[in-house]
Design a protein around this ligand. Structure first.
Ligand code: NAD
Length: 319
């Protein structure tokens, strides 16, 4: 049994990770300020420190005695970064530096050279407009948003942590994650949770542009498997992997699939394409599958079914 810190453990992905770690018999401490997460998401048995993850004193307490840290806390929104550049930067990059620093300090406090290994959430947003698809980890990184730039900054600081302080890290570039507990009422929510909620209620769904834009949707259970496997691979100036499926799905096909699973007639509304939106995003999962030993990802329909079932059950875990 080990003991882990999960920042953002009351959020969508962090709550699934926390539950999985507890189910495997580990102890979990969550650091979350509940800004977008929910107390009801906190897995039973986890300890909660309700604090800002840029708060260095709170981080010192949170890091004490843990065997590893999963850093997921962030303002997970491209749109918020547009409206509040400096504010999101403080959380999305400065707080990450504080987490990395706390991991190094905890190693020193134990009197050994070993810092606490950190696995952190990066994003496909680091790539920006792709020159070619699928995106491998060696593709150029030219973020088009403050959010993407901060995630790239996390990768660079994690590397510096390894070079300067010997801090072991693994970075994971999540593509479009979906599943139960992704808040459909959040203005920053993913397209799947929004479509599922509308179609469960039998309401029309809005498509921006022609619906031919494609994304690489990955179910949250596959992200959790990747996070847990990544801890074993943390090393100084350590690896950065895509977490994706490698299967492109258009927004229109997605709406049709969800309507079919809900048994609802699909009523589409069209809105103008959103400016600056990338037309196609697709990751290459080969490197993460080989290095982390990940299995075949959950089929899109299975993940959609679980998401729809969660909504029909009254969204347990969300207010
Ligand atoms: N959901 C996706 O599709 C996706 C894609 C790429 C990357 N990511 C990354 O994965 C991570 C988790 O995302 P999510 O979808 O679960 O988002 P989420 O908003 O559901 O979870 C984020 C959690 O962090 C907490 N938090 C935010 N600011 C904080 C702060 N200053 N101090 C302490 N806690 C704070 C929130 O309360 C919330 O519980 C984020 O780093 C996000 O950028 C998500």
């Amino acid at each position: 049994m080990a003991s882990y810190l999960v920042t953002g453990g009351c959020g969508f992905i962090g709550s699934h990770l926390t539950a999985a770690l507890l189910a495997a018999g580990h102890a979990v401490r969550v650091l979350d300020d509940l800004s977008s997460g929910h107390l009801a998401n906190l897995a039973p048995g986890a300890e909660l420190i309700q604090a800002d993850c840029a708060d260095r004193a709170a981080l010192r307490d949170a890091m004490a005695g843990v065997d590893g840290c999963f850093h997921l806390a962030a303002i997970a929104s491209v749109e918020r970064g547009r409206r509040d550049w400096a504010g999101t930067h403080r959380v999305n990059l400065s707080a990450t530096v504080a987490v990395l620093e706390a991991a190094v300090a905890e190693g020193s406090a134990r009197g050994g050279p070993e810092a606490v290994p950190v696995v952190y959430a990066s994003s496909a947003a680091v790539y920006g407009e792709p020159a070619s698809l699928p995106l491998t980890e060696s593709a150029a990184t030219k973020p088009l948003s403050a959010y993407g730039a901060d995630k790239l900054g996390c990768e660079l600081h994690a590397r510096v942590g390894g070079v300067v302080h010997g801090l072991p890290t693994t970075g994971l570039r999540f593509f479009n994650v979906f599943g139960p507990r992704q808040d459909p009422s959040s203005p920053y929510s993913g397209v799947i949770s929004i479509f599922c909620e509308k179609l469960v209620r039998g309401e029309p769904v809005t498509i921006f542009g022609d619906g031919g834009q494609t994304r690489d949707f990955i179910f949250v259970a596959d992200i959790v498997a990747g996070l847990i496997a990544a801890l074993r691979h943390a090393s100084p100036a350590g690896p950065v992997f895509n977490l994706c499926t490698g299967r492109p799905v258009s927004v229109r096909d997605l709406a049709e699939a969800i309507a079919g699973l809900c048994g609802t007639r699909l009523e589409l509304r069209h809105a103008p394409a959103r400016s600056g939106e990338i037309r196609h995003s697709l990751g290459d999962p080969a490197a993460s599958r080989a290095a982390l030993g990940l299995g075949v990802p959950v089929a899109l329909e299975d993940g959609l079914r679980q998401t729809i079932d969660w909504l029909r059950a009254g969204r347990p875990g969300l207010r």
